[in-house]
Design a protein around this ligand. Sequence first.
Ligand code: MLT
Ligand code: MN
Ligand code: ZN
Length: 308
Amino acid sequence: MQVRILGSAAGGGLPQWNCRCANCAAVRAGSPDIRPRTQSSLAVSTDGRAWFLLNVSPDVRQQLLACPALGPGEGTGERGTAIAGCVLTDAELDHTAGLLLLREGGRFTIHCTASVRRWLSRWLPIEPVLACFSNPTWRELLLDGPVELQLPSGEPCGLWVRAFEVDRHVPRFVREEPASAAGSVIGLQVEDARSGARLVYAPCVASLGDTMQEAVRGADAVLIDGTFWDDEEPIRCGIGSRTAREMGHLPVSGPLGSLGFLSGLEARHRGYIHINNTNPMLHERGPEHRLVTEAGVRVGADGDSLEL
Ligand code: MLT
Ligand code: MN
Ligand code: ZN
């Protein structure tokens, strides 16, 4: 299985259009110590020809242009794409708004939970809008119900996806009671049926519960939420009044942070994605970056490719 990080940043990207935090300012100034990043998305493939997007960020156009393998290949006619479908982990704008930018394409399949589909129909009406353009097929992901992804021809592609629940967190634009939030935030286990290679992808992790512990067992690669370095960061940086945990993001550092968890795993590849532009670990010559890399964990960057 091939895995490519299309975008490693959280919502807003790096630099964020309206931000002049230390990281955003450094990128604007052309610092060699910090790389620009686009918003949160991965691409996976078994053969390098048909690709599935895991989340579709508002930066998808730029991301596809930066990755020729995902462009219109030979044999696709005048217009075409290597994108066979996509899988969503939640309904947040940074993971779904890019669907609107794929409206020129042919039919492809969008896999998500029933809650996410309902919200993308009712509160952020991507489904009814796209129905007037490329008219994608929507398929329900059941929690713990593995499905084999299909090529647009209907043939199975050899990649199995299992959704596991990581949190119940309703997006800000959804006016429903949290009681209806089952399946609102999931992680994905993606397995290549032929090789047995397995990826765990979870860009929004509020806590490390049993489902998470179980999902990472035997995984070859684990890419998880690196949004904030510490719990107070969003308040300190003027993002809002909620802590990282209250926003649904377990911080990287601290005794109960995600770094201790990741560094203890046996997976060959362990890394952070969905990294907020304020996170100090993005600075490649800073102490936070060193702490992460010395623990054997990668601070994910756009264009990173894994071969599992
Ligand atoms: C998140 O990751 O917490 C959400 O994407 C927040 C947002 O951008 O509204
Ligand atoms: Mn996000
Ligand atoms: Zn910033």
